[in-house]
Design a protein. Structure first.
Length: 172
């Protein structure tokens, strides 16, 4: 759990039960996943790039919340925020193979055009479901296609701006 006392640079998931403390991740095509446990007053912000998705950052965060917050996965509420969509997320064979070898249902979350395209929204939805999360909302907004409203590192380059995705528990 974040206590604010150390640098969080390079951290892909942050969890808290402290009311009024907003936990955030920054993205610019990667997938933000926000979790809320209304019964235990816990929240999490997850940065799910393709590497983190392959490594099941979502499942690890749910497991952390179970162990440290008492979270019951089917009581969690999840939001998958704006990120790069299937049509824009073109990858090489090595990325496709990383997902395939990790056991992802590639027939549901990929298609081949000139190169492979992977649906990171579906991949993270699938991981949430596998972790026992049932209440999942998907923004369905592609940052690459909507560069007028969102930052896209693929479209604008690595020096593009970042989207701050946050969640907090309201103080009572």
């Amino acid at each position: 759990m974040a206590d604010g006392s150390s640098s969080l640079e390079g951290v892909d998931a942050v969890v808290t039960q402290t009311p009024g403390l907003c936990v955030c991740v920054s993205t610019a095509d990667c997938i933000p996943v926000l979790l809320y446990d209304p019964k235990r007053g816990a929240v999490a912000a997850i940065h799910a790039g393709w590497r983190g998705t392959v490594a099941d950052i979502v499942g690890h965060t749910v497991a952390f919340m179970q162990k440290h917050c008492g979270t019951v996965p089917n009581e969690l509420r999840a939001v998958i925020g704006p990120g790069i969509g299937l049509q824009a997320f073109e990858v090489g064979d090595e990325v496709y193979d990383a997902f395939r070898l990790a056991g992802f249902p590639m027939e549901r979350m990929s298609c081949r055009k000139n190169k492979w395209h992977i649906d990171l929204w579906e991949a993270n939805r699938w991981l949430l479901c596998n972790s026992g999360v049932e209440q999942i909302q998907l923004a369905g907004i592609c940052t690459y296609q909507h560069q007028d409203e969102f930052f896209s590192a693929r479209r604008l380059g690595i020096r593009s701006g970042r989207i701050l995705n946050g969640i907090f528990i309201k103080e009572t």
